[in-house]
Design a protein around this ligand. Structure first.
Ligand SMILES: Cc1cc2nc3c(=O)[nH]c(=O)nc-3n(C[C@H](O)[C@H](O)[C@H](O)COP(=O)(O)OP(=O)(O)OC[C@H]3O[C@@H](n4cnc5c(N)ncnc54)[C@H](O)[C@@H]3O)c2cc1C
Length: 421
């Protein structure tokens, strides 16, 4: 080992779950080290939808005003399906709480804002370009992790090790925790096309026979999510780039010309294998998984960032004081935090996770797969869903569950003053 370090909490993964947990624990006076394997937050596969539950969390942290300094657009409706044939057409003005919109904030700006705020707290440490590679297991418990950076391989001892590494978490696997796959009938092709000032505003969902695209307005370009039936990528490639271009233009005619010029080969198109899964148990002695590492979310409804943030809030609410106490013990790296405490995190977050995934499954299988990808639109839905599709009551039930969140968390972990000087 090139270097041995210690911290109270080692967090692997600098996504929404890991950075928010790092911020909250450091705010509560707990030493925390967050490791992120990339050198920056600028990655295309990051979602942009910051929901009212997260906006309220930011308010509770005194960060509400910071959001307004980041240029972003606001969505006042949640539409699933398309504007012409909505399955859900929810008016967010009816939501409880202060925020009645989804903020479309580039995730790299969101994460940068959180890390800048977290850096005010002396206990917060963020190591970029640092990839965790294994767990330090001793005496039947996890006592930290091993990570690699440009200087070599290092040990980071910790009272608690958290995997917030997203859906492909390696530490979760090393801890022997295996997610149960709930199945996803769709995959996503992810690409960018430039945006012109006279293009339509906001978020555009469009469906055609056997295809659906969601276009996210990112200022000077469109981020396009093109939904295909699970495993359909080889067929799309076999049909050729011309057919793909034609389908895109059929769905989004205002992109004509730009599509041929900019999407001239499949090298410009990233493939994303959509997954929906969850761990039955999120912890073992000295180790906890949260966010997508505990429950991979589908892109449906843009809920993933928000659930990840809520997991972090719940974890800090339940554990910050105990971790702060443990931090004071000289033998803290050989004592094991009560595993029942870690189990409480899963108990607290189980209903929101299972409830949100149930709605995503319903929309994936009954709407996206059946009605949109196989063709036939809303007429192809089973009768009970056809009866409610697009209705006000149904739309507000789904919008409230997805956007406001099921049992949203509120920050209860303490803030310990930042020492002067
Ligand atoms: C196509 C698609 C579109 C989506 N769009 C949206 C959307 O618009 N809105 C939304 O809310 N959700 C969306 N989601 C879901 C959302 O991206 C995730 O649910 C959310 O990002 C999970 O946050 P997380 O912090 O748990 O994990 P991630 O965001 O996956 O973050 C994990 C971090 O850990 C790092 N990491 C991984 N392994 C290691 C390691 N060994 N060492 C160190 N670091 C490591 C990764 O680099 C990453 O930065 C989408 C998902 C998909 C598939």
């Amino acid at each position: 080992m090139d270097r041995n370090e210690t911290t109270t909490v080692a967090v692997s993964g600098g996504g929404p779950a890991g950075i928010m947990l790092g911020l909250l624990l450091a705010r509560a006076g707990v030493e925390v080290t967050v490791l992120e394997k990339h050198g920056d937050f600028l990655r295309d596969f990051r979602g942009d939808t910051v929901h009212p539950s997260t906006l309220e969390t930011l308010d509770e942290l005194g960060l509400g005003g910071q959001i307004d300094r980041i240029p972003h657009r606001k969505l006042h409706r949640l539409t699933i399906g398309s504007p012409e044939q909505p399955f859900v057409n929810g008016d967010l003005a009816k939501l409880p709480g202060r925020y009645k919109h989804i903020a479309m904030i580039p995730q790299w700006d969101f994460l940068t804002m959180l890390t800048e705020h977290a850096a005010r707290y002396p206990g917060f440490r963020l190591r970029m370009n640092a990839k965790s590679t294994g767990l330090l297991d001793e005496g039947g418990a996890t006592r930290g992790l091993v990570y690699e950076d440009a200087e070599g391989s290092h040990e980071l001892r910790a009272v608690l090790t958290v995997s917030a590494e997203g859906r492909d978490s390696a530490l979760r696997d090393a801890a022997g925790l295996t997610p149960v796959n709930l199945g996803a009938p769709i995959d996503v092709l992810w690409l960018q096309v430039s945006r012109r000032p006279d293009d339509p505003d906001g978020l555009n969902g469009r469906l055609g026979s056997g295809a659906m695209v969601v276009a996210v307005d990112r200022g000077d370009y469109w981020q396009l999510a093109y939904l295909i039936p699970k495993g359909g990528i080889e067929q799309v490639k076999a049909d050729g780039i011309k057919v793909f271009q034609d389908r895109l233009v059929e769905l989004l005619p205002f992109l004509d010309g730009r599509v041929t010029e900019e999407v001239h080969s499949f090298d410009r198109v990233a493939f994303l294998n959509v997954e929906l899964n969850r761990l039955p148990t999120w912890h073992r002695a000295g180790f906890l998984a949260i966010g997508d590492a505990a429950h991979a979310m589908s892109p449906v409804g843009g809920v993933g960032i928000n659930l990840a943030v809520q997991d972090a809030v719940a974890t800090a609410n339940l554990l910050a004081e105990r971790l702060h106490d443990a931090q004071g013990h000289p033998d803290r790296f050989t004592r094991t935090l009560n595993p029942d405490l870690l189990a409480q995190v899963r108990r607290q977050r189980w209903t929101p996770t299972v409830g949100t995934q149930a709605i995503q499954r319903l929309i994936q299988t009954q709407v996206l797969e059946r009605a949109l990808l196989r063709g036939g639109g809303m007429a192809a839905l089973p009768a009970p869903l056809r009866a409610v599709a697009g209705s006000r009551a149904w739309s507000s039930f789904i919008a409230r569950s997805m956007v406001y969140g099921i049992r949203p968390e509120h920050v209860r972990s303490p803030e310990r003053p930042v020492p002067r000087g």
